[in-house]
Write a protein that binds this ligand. Structure first.
Ligand SMILES: Nc1nc2c(c(=O)[nH]1)N[C@H]1C(S)=C(S)[C@@H](COP(=O)(O)OP(=O)(O)OC[C@H]3O[C@@H](n4cnc5c(=O)[nH]c(N)nc54)[C@H](O)[C@@H]3O)O[C@H]1N2
Ligand SMILES: Nc1nc2c(c(=O)[nH]1)N[C@H]1C(S)=C(S)[C@@H](COP(=O)(O)OP(=O)(O)OC[C@H]3O[C@@H](n4cnc5c(=O)[nH]c(N)nc54)[C@H](O)[C@@H]3O)O[C@H]1N2
Ligand SMILES: [Mo]
Length: 703
């Protein structure tokens, strides 16, 4: 007789706004997961999964899983290892850490390096942070993705731009701004399409005709890094025509007169057209449709703002500027109107309880993760990194200035630990490689940055091989170091309970969002935060800024010695302001991830790599012809930092002067062992110290 399968409720842990509910079927006879599908009862993700996660069991049971602790036997980067025991691995790591702490460089020569391989609250940041804080390691500024926009939003709104994503069905003019929503946020894209059925118009502001742009009613091909200029031009037209919601401005905003004076004087559509590469008519049309959305389309306008515009020198200011728009039009008043970057701040998790920042020794330096190349070569203030502990991240593939990251990882005097599920490009450089569990093998608690439900991930299967969750690795290390049991002998469930109970962390705007939400309830299925249906957080102002208003004029920015008003800051590598650099490298290159990868995750899953095809570079026929490049030909993309080979795709997905190479490939699956990050730079954004991956001038040659 066939035995009934057990079903377990789980959560997709990957760095994506959708945070899907999963249902895993396990065969009790051998404890093996035999099926994984979307949770139909999840109010937001409704049972639909992306291609990557529908194939998740291929990832979990991948023959390339790291299953045992290992020590390097070959040269660094060769990826040859021998199996050792957990006890030996932990002993060796602790000994190296003690050695570092006793050396003249001190504990700050140890650098933890992690990002969002998993977004689970416990595996992303809990005992790992406690451990490194207790030890006194260098702090890591986790800036590689979202910091420019977070700080940009914060200047204007005092929190992230957010609305209830489910309310977006009521929007009637939807702008995907630097957002490949159809791919990177596919459940929200469904909502956009539902709104479209009800009469909404969908537009996409993107230099690349992404899948989202291609399926929108209007593709607005702004020149890379010039979004702030576009937004300021739109404001010019709104004020010139008197289309602003003066009542909203008078009640809830600060600095309207200064903003109006600036945009009327400095950002007429003709100037904006020269900066952005759009026509003045398109700027006028954009402003008209946006500001008069109710009249023209029957409802409010919504900006789905994402990360594309942030990854440029002026990316922080671009976000700061774009999120001023819904206050000008008063769209925040209306259900579904406003702007949405991230709902993460709606969750009042007690991060201080999880991470214990009070343990950080005073004066500890912070290393910006974008500048790993500099950190490994001893070019930052403070001690040269002597030991690196990598988890939840694959810096050899995802960091800018890849050649210098790799030469740093090759240093013979560097001790590198990598805790991973797979032998990634980074793992190849490890001295000690530790096996990590996947989401099916551990417990975790989840918020989301794209919806408003709290979820628990229940473990479905036993850890494969000797894999251990992140929390357990730091329990073992803390024990070996002799650290306080009250800090580390805490179970994952206790951590989750504490995270749900507390409200010590920075929380805005809804402190009560967790009231009455118990861990038991969350383990049984997704629980909506305590926020009203069709939540409109800023309908009556109530912003998180010091003044409580939407701050066009920012006293904080003035005090920091920066421009107190929204403005346009050109990219670092801008052909208009850097003609010297553009003479050598005339093409602005964007490198967003290929749809079937998640940054560098999933590249090793055969089905998904086949879908992605190969490394390509998309270019306009005018640029191809000028270089004697034919469609389908292999070309070299390069600048002073590095080079990589790619297949040229010649077509009209980009305008002249822009090229796109979808990432983020692992070295072993490319012809030349390099990916697009050989060409990207470690220069930072104007606000937040973020990465500038898309601010990158290159040349392409036909050989
Ligand atoms: N399938 C899939 N989903 C993902 C991810 C993934 O790798 N794969 N990554 C996840 C993560 S970590 C993140 S942060 C999010 C990212 O989500 P998105 O921000 O939606 O994704 P990106 O592809 O990085 O960038 C979006 C678009 O911005 C465009 N862009 C580049 N420069 C500019 C510019 O100057 N101005 C404007 N207006 N647009 C510009 C790019 O061409 C790209 O089409 O997605 C998450 N979801
Ligand atoms: N050129 C260019 N570079 C980019 C980007 C781009 O668009 N263009 N995107 C940037 C963005 S948006 C981001 S967010 C970063 C992402 O950079 P990363 O955070 O490094 O993301 P991933 O490439 O997904 O690698 C995550 C790794 O964590 C591992 N992992 C998953 N779960 C666990 C776990 O529970 N424990 C441990 N120990 N490991 C685990 C996975 O196997 C995977 O190898 O990349 C950035 N890099
Ligand atoms: Mo990201």
């Amino acid at each position: 007789m066939k035995r009934a399968l057990e079903t377990v409720r789980a959560v997709c842990p990957h760095d994506c706004p959708d945070t899907c509910g999963l249902v895993v079927s396990v065969d009790p006879a051998d404890g093996r997961a035999v099926a994984l599908r979307g949770d139909k009862d999840h109010p937001f993700t409704r049972g639909f999964l992306c291609q990557k996660v529908s194939n998740y069991l291929e990832r979990v049971y991948h023959p390339g899983r790291v299953l045992y602790p290992m020590r390097r036997v070959g040269r660094k980067g060769e990826g040859r290892f021998e199996r050792i025991t957990w006890a030996a691995a932990i002993k060796e790591i602790a000994a190296r850490f003690r050695e570092s702490a006793a050396s003249p460089a001190g504990p700050q020569a140890v650098l933890p390096y992690s990002y969002a391989g998993t977004m689970g609250k416990l595996m992303y940041a809990s005992l790992d942070r406690r451990f490194f804080h207790r030890y006194g390691a260098s702090l890591l500024a986790r800036t590689i993705c979202a910091e420019a926009g977070s700080v940009g939003c914060d200047v204007t709104l005092g929190t992230r731009a957010m609305i209830d994503p489910e309310a977006a069905v009521h929007a009637r003019y939807i702008i995907n701004w630097g957002s490949n929503t159809a791919v990177t946020n596919s459940h929200f894209w469904k909502i956009e399409f539902e709104a479209r059925k009800r009469g909404a118009k969908i537009i996409t502001v993107d230099p690349y005709r992404s899948p989202t742009a291609a399926r929108s009613d209007w593709w607005v091909p702004v020149r890379p890094g010039t979004d702030a200029a576009l937004a300021l031009g739109v404001m010019h037209v709104i004020f010139r025509e008197g289309w602003q919601d003066q009542d909203y401005l008078d009640r809830y905003c600060l600095g309207t007169d200064q903003l109006r004076d600036r945009v009327l004087a400095e950002f007429p559509p003709e100037r904006v057209a020269r900066i952005t590469g759009l026509s003045a008519e398109d700027v006028e049309r954009f402003a008209r449709e946006y500001a008069r959305s109710s009249e023209l389309f029957g409802g409010p306008a919504l900006i789905r703002l994402n990360y594309g515009l942030q990854r440029h020198g002026g990316g922080g200011t671009a976000v700061r500027t774009v999120v001023c728009l819904p206050a000008l039009t008063g769209d925040w008043r209306h259900v579904g109107g406003g702007a949405l970057l991230s709902t993460s701040k709606a969750y009042p998790f007690d991060n201080a309880f999880l991470e214990r920042p009070d343990l950080i020794p005073p004066g500890t330096r912070t290393v910006n993760m974008v500048q790993l190349a500099e950190a490994l070569h001893g070019e930052l203030p403070g001690p040269k990194v002597a030991a690196l502990f990598v988890y939840n991240s694959n810096p050899a593939s995802v960091c800018p200035d890849q050649s210098r990251v790799l030469s740093g990882l090759k240093r013979e005097d560097l001790f590198t630990v990598v805790h991973e599920q797979f032998q990634t490009d980074t793992a190849d450089y490890a001295d000690i490689l530790l096996p990590a569990t996947t989401q099916l093998e551990h417990f975790d608690l989840h918020g989301s940055y794209g919806h408003l439900y709290v979820q628990a991930n229940n473990p479905a299967i036993a850890p494969l091989g000797e894999a251990k969750p992140n929390t357990e690795v730091f329990r073992l290390l803390a024990r070996e170091m002799g650290y306080e049991p009250e800090l580390f002998e805490v179970t994952d469930e206790e951590l989750a309970k504490g995270a749900l109970n507390g409200t010590n962390g920075y929380v805005y705007p809804q402190r009560e969002a967790f009231d009455g939400i118990s861990l038991d309830a969350v383990k049984a299925g997704p629980v909506r935060l305590n926020v009203p249906t069709n939540w409109t957080p800023f309908a009556e102002g109530g912003f998180g800024t010091p003044s409580g208003k939407c701050e066009f004029y920012s006293e904080r920015e003035a005090r920091a010695g920066r421009d107190p008003l929204p403005h346009y800051a050109p990219p670092h590598e801008d052909p208009q302001t850097r003609p010297d650099l553009a003479a050598k490298y005339p093409l602005q290159m964007l490198t967003p991830p290929a749809p079937s990868f998640l940054n560098s995750s999933f590249v090793n899953v055969d089905t998904l790599r086949k879908t992605a095809g190969e490394v390509t570079v998309e270019m306009h026929p005018a640029d191809a012809t000028a270089r004697g490049i034919a469609d389908g030909q292999t070309v070299t993309v390069f600048n002073d930092r590095g080079r990589f080979r790619a297949k040229a795709l010649v077509g009209d997905a980009v305008k002249p002067g822009v090229v796109v190479s979808l990432g983020l490939w692992w070295a072993r699956y490319t012809d030349d062992g390099a990916n697009c990050n050989t060409t990207t730079s470690t220069a930072l954004t104007d606000l937040g110290g973020g990465a500038t991956f898309f601010d990158n001038l290159v040349e392409v040659t036909a050989n």
